[in-house]
Design a protein around this ligand. Sequence first.
Ligand code: ADP
Ligand code: MG
Length: 395
Amino acid sequence: MLSTLQSVEWTVKSRARARHMIDEFRAEFGGEPELWTRAPGRVDLMGSHTDYNLGFVLTLPISKDTWIAARRREDGIVRLRSMNLDAVDEFRLDQIDRVADSKWRNYVRGVPAVLQQEGLALKGCDAIIHSSVPIESGLSSSAALECALATMFEELGGWHLLPQRKAQFGQKAEHEFAGVNCGILDQYSACLGLNGCALLLDCRNLSTRTVHLAGNIHVVICNTMSRRRLSGGEYAQRRSECEQGAAILGVPALRDLSPHHLASRRNELSDTVARRCEFIVAESARVELLAQALSSNDRDAISSLCAASFTGAKDLYEIVSPAMETMMDCMLAAPGVLGARQAGAGFGGCMVALVDSAHTEAFRASVIDSYSRATQTTPEVWPVTGARGAEAFHL
Ligand code: ADP
Ligand code: MG
């Protein structure tokens, strides 16, 4: 049975979105969709690259999300149309193969393949996918897609998964089919979100704690509009450097190193590996501090923790592109800014600012103006709120 929709706010915009998807469904498949699912993107407020080091992350599942409108089929065939990519995939549930030359088809095939490996009975379907999460911009459109799809198969199959398991299956699909060795952050954010809240995630024991931001703080995403590509090797390289550091220092993961322990044995590591380790250990420690600062509206702490995170990302972890440096300058010069830093894996894409809610509109206008003048590219700047995790919904 479909759960009652609580999180989609039926604004003029969301109604138009649903109508648009229904039109696409009729044009592509004929007839009407019978079930709807959604899952949010996310922005990390603190904790870059800490997830695969089994450390901490403060994440906000956001009010930009992926929607799927679907109708069951009884013949075991899955047909999916992505409105974002204007592309269609079709496969049989009893023969799900990887595709050599298509990234997105591996994302969508991985989810049912993993669910079946887990012994879950799947139904075929026709489905339309539409995402308001910008793709390949660091807000995790991939996990939003995986978790909305897993929820669709859950509804079609009539069984239910705990959100934690659904997240793990999405991660497995991304590892095995998309070939991206991601941590658990993105899928946990997509599955465990609560309206209006951030989540503090412990990536070792996978426990989460709800964090309420002080009412007068807004989270604003600023898109540099320069795309990044995770399979470009940089992500895997950072991950392997962290693993080397942990192996040399004899710990299971960098999570197990204190700043003091690392400092005392730094000379056993190459300079590059030492800098990577230094960033991760400090970044993970900043997560709890930022959670406290955001709850208690401690503006000095917000500012200094975000600044330290960005400096470390630039000098130690080397994930900051020139477009991100320009955007950082624009965010820090804008009215109402409390703190600003990178988001996602870095290398371009989106960044995040914490802004005094009295100045959100002025902040937005200022960043658009200054970044456009500096780069001749108009950035997207959106205030976002905390959104619920993956779910089915009614129109
Ligand atoms: P991010 O998750 O930060 O947006 P990734 O490179 O991890 O970037 O994942 C993006 C990929 O996920 C896209 O290139 C595409 O293959 C797939 N994807 C995400 N959203 C959609 C969508 N709405 N339709 C089709 N494919 C999508
Ligand atoms: Mg992704």
